[in-house]
Design a protein around this ligand. Structure first.
Ligand SMILES: Cc1cc2nc3c(=O)[nH]c(=O)nc-3n(C[C@H](O)[C@H](O)[C@H](O)COP(=O)(O)OP(=O)(O)OC[C@H]3O[C@@H](n4cnc5c(N)ncnc54)[C@H](O)[C@@H]3O)c2cc1C
Length: 466
């Protein structure tokens, strides 16, 4: 269909205020937070801002009939080009459709539209003494729709898992405009094993199977107590050893974070007042629950890790906990400031490896950085083997960019070699498709068969996942 005719049709359908066509607006939608989409921007022909299932349905029917590519988008905080329209067409921005439809406190669940911001949902739920546990670092920006589509998680995945564990049901508009409800049409049940698990099919589907228009989430009671243990190690290998000993003692902390020597240095240069000890690694254990159990878990962790660590500190007072956590909370920002003429790029940034392979992965990533002449800062969620690597480069220097891309390729291959995954959090999007066959083998054919069945004209988010 001719572009102008498409724009005019959509304006008639939705009203001019829900359709963006100006070049500057389109530029904003031509990339997300990933480095690679900033290198290769791809603008949509138009952007639509639906605010009802009926509107989404009409747009999908129109795109389907006219074979127009359509890319759903939340807040665009994705790190893999997932919401960048690689083939142009329509971007469907769902971020302004942000109603909290119903808090069902008695049944510990909430129903929301896709554009609700994660932190705003939890602020609202705090009034009911409930929370939605997954906690991405982008909490103040990312949408629930984007979290479901990317199966997002965060540093508390150790204890609370990923978004998928909290999805009780979804409303989805399929590529041809049909609307389905997963998890039971009228169900308010928490346990439900009836039928094939279609809900899980859409969790982590990265916008290639349909548009998520409503989400029913399971909630947990907010824990009453919290405590932090900080442990400092002179040997890198002692850090994962200490983590395994804590698990063996029957303790499941809500978070276990690692900063290696590169991250410690970056933090101290960025905020000298934090003054982290010079060490090979620092671990931060967070425990939560009822105050007596928090106290027992914290003091037991101290006892265990003291066998491995140079120094250990335990705190439950809010000010001291904040001070111990400050280094971790500024690590990502510190990485961007390591070089005056450079910046941190988001590429190869979230591999995950088995727990027993974390020290090996960190050492090998440092060696790969040296091999390619690229400085890296390493930190991450050691409790579940999710390693964050921040390559620091001058993004304006093409030769440096080329070396960084080779480094990133090596990091992804390393993850597979260590029996891990190319992505523990951020997904595949446009930037990790080439590893699909290596990571999943013939299972990719099954993924393709599902995609073909739901989206025979391949209009949904082309160029992503596999
Ligand atoms: C500073 C920062 C920190 C981050 N920290 C974390 C972290 O700790 N853990 C983590 O997991 N991620 C993290 N991320 C990545 C990102 O925030 C998450 O993947 C998030 O879930 C994306 O949400 P979004 O609303 O921005 O989605 P977008 O980036 O807009 O979209 C992401 C994908 O979802 C699809 N999509 C979006 N909405 C819908 C919908 N309604 N229906 C169907 N498909 C849809 C898009 O097509 C795209 O493929 C971080 C990003 C940044 C910038």
């Amino acid at each position: 269909m001719e572009r102008n005719a498409m724009k005019e049709h959509l304006k008639k359908m939705l009203g001019a205020d829900q359709v963006l066509t100006e070049d500057l607006d389109l530029l904003y939608y031509s990339y997300d937070s990933s480095f690679l989409t900033k290198l290769q921007m791809s603008a949509p022909d138009t952007v639509v801002l639906p605010r009802s299932t009926e509107e989404v349905q009409k747009i999908m029917q129109f795109a389907y009939e006219n074979r127009i590519p359509l890319t759903p988008r939340g807040a665009g905080t994705g790190e893999t080009g997932g919401s960048a329209p690689m083939s142009g067409g329509i971007v469907m921005d769902l971020s302004s459709w942000d109603d909290i439809v119903e808090v069902d406190a008695a049944n510990m669940q909430v129903t929301v539209r896709p554009g609700v911001i994660h932190s705003e949902l939890n602020d609202h739920l705090a009034g009911f003494n409930l929370f939605f546990p997954p906690d991405p670092g982008s909490s103040k920006m990312c949408t629930i729709g984007g979290m479901v589509a990317n199966n997002a998680s965060g540093l508390r995945a150790v204890k609370y898992g990923c978004t998928e564990q909290y999805i009780l049901g979804l409303e989805v508009v399929l590529p041809d405009g049909r609307v389905i409800t997963t998890g039971g049409m009228k169900s308010k049940a928490i346990k439900n094993v009836s039928g094939l698990n279609i809900t899980k099919l859409f969790v982590g589907s990265e916008g290639i199977l349909g548009v998520i228009t409503q989400v029913r989430l399971r909630l947990f009671p907010k824990p009453k107590g919290r405590g932090i243990v900080m442990a400092v190690f002179s040997e890198l290998d002692d850090a994962p050893r200490a983590v395994l000993e804590v698990y063996r003692a029957g303790i499941l902390p809500s978070g276990i974070e690692i900063l290696d020597s590169s991250a410690i240095k970056a933090v101290n240069e960025f905020k000298p007042h934090i003054n982290l000890p010079d060490a090979e690694a620092i671990l931060l254990f967070e425990v939560d629950g009822n105050p007596p159990s928090v106290e027992w878990e914290g003091t037991t962790i101290v006892e265990i890790v003291s066998k491995f660590a140079q120094t250990v500190e335990w705190a439950t007072e809010p000010d001291r906990m904040a001070a111990l956590w400050e280094g971790r909370s500024v690590t990502a920002a510190a990485a961007t400031r390591v070089r005056a003429d450079g910046s941190r790029i988001f590429a190869g940034e979230d591999i995950s490896v088995p727990l027993s392979g974390v020290a090996d992965a960190l050492r090998k990533i440092r060696a790969l950085g040296k091999k390619h002449g690229i400085q890296v800062v390493n930190y991450g969620h050691i409790g579940d083997g999710n390693v964050h690597t921040a390559p620091i480069i001058d993004p304006e220097n093409p030769e440096e960019v080329e070396r960084a891309l080779k480094l990133v390729d090596d990091i992804h291959l390393l993850a597979i070699e260590l029996n891990g995954s190319t992505t523990g959090e951020h997904g595949v999007g446009a930037v990790r498709r080439e590893y699909a066959r290596l990571e999943h083998g013939d299972a990719v054919d099954m993924m393709q068969a599902v995609k073909n069945a739901l989206d025979p004209h391949k209009i949904m988010n082309p160029g992503k996942v596999f």
